[in-house]
Design a protein around this ligand. Structure first.
Ligand code: GRF
Length: 188
């Protein structure tokens, strides 16, 4: 099974995936971002499908098809999203149906969307966490594979809380990816 990671952020989750000795065949990014340096340092091919349009006319299907074309050319079977900044649409989820994983920095179904950490803080919950799930067309709504709870401390701000959540994601996500890949190997 050839795994690709999709990322747009700092690359710390990607780093955790390779530190866990998971074979990553390629990383795909949609913009200039910190992850590119991390990927280059790891010696894994970095594919760039640049998103140039962030306006209301953004052609999401076309962009999703371009992502599929790049991943198919790299012979990818399974995709792990790790802070990817573009919501992909049907052409992507049809091409990789049931084979896309995501990690979300909140306990889904609570606090889905881009600001899961901020929204949990604002809501005043005392416990939040992270969720690894199968990604589907509906954002942050696919079947849940693993979760971990994290206590919100009185002096937490978004940055401190997100960093604590990420330190858990860096264990939970690689472990869940490994199990998912192993299960896929046994059932195919
Ligand atoms: C993680 O918290 C992930 O759940 C979210 O984006 C963050 C990625 O972190 N979707 P990094 O850019 O790899 O440090």
């Amino acid at each position: 099974m050839r795994l690709a990671v999709l990322a747009s952020g700092t690359g710390s989750i990607y780093q955790a995936i390779i530190d866990a000795n998971i074979d990553v065949a390629a990383v795909l990014v949609d913009r200039a971002c910190g992850v590119i340096d991390v990927v280059n340092a790891s010696g894994v091919p970095c594919l760039v499908v640049e998103r140039t349009d962030f306006g209301p006319d953004f052609d999401r299907n076309r962009f999703s098809r371009d992502v599929v074309t790049a991943l198919t050319a790299a012979d990818i079977d399974v995709v792990a999203m790790a802070g990817f900044g573009t919501v992909l649409s049907a052409p992507f989820f049809e091409a990789f149906e049931g084979r896309v994983l995501n990690t979300h920095p909140a306990l889904l179904p609570s606090f889905s969307g881009w600001h899961g950490v901020r929204d949990a803080l604002r809501h005043g919950v005392k416990i939040t966490g992270c969720t690894v799930h199968i990604a589907t067309l509906e954002v942050d709504a696919g079947p849940i594979l693993a979760q971990a709870a994290i206590e919100i401390l009185a002096d937490d701000d978004e940055a401190s809380l997100h960093e604590r959540i990420k330190s858990t994601e860096r264990h939970l996500y690689p472990a869940t990816i490994k199990k998912f890949l192993a299960d896929l190997e046994t059932h195919t």
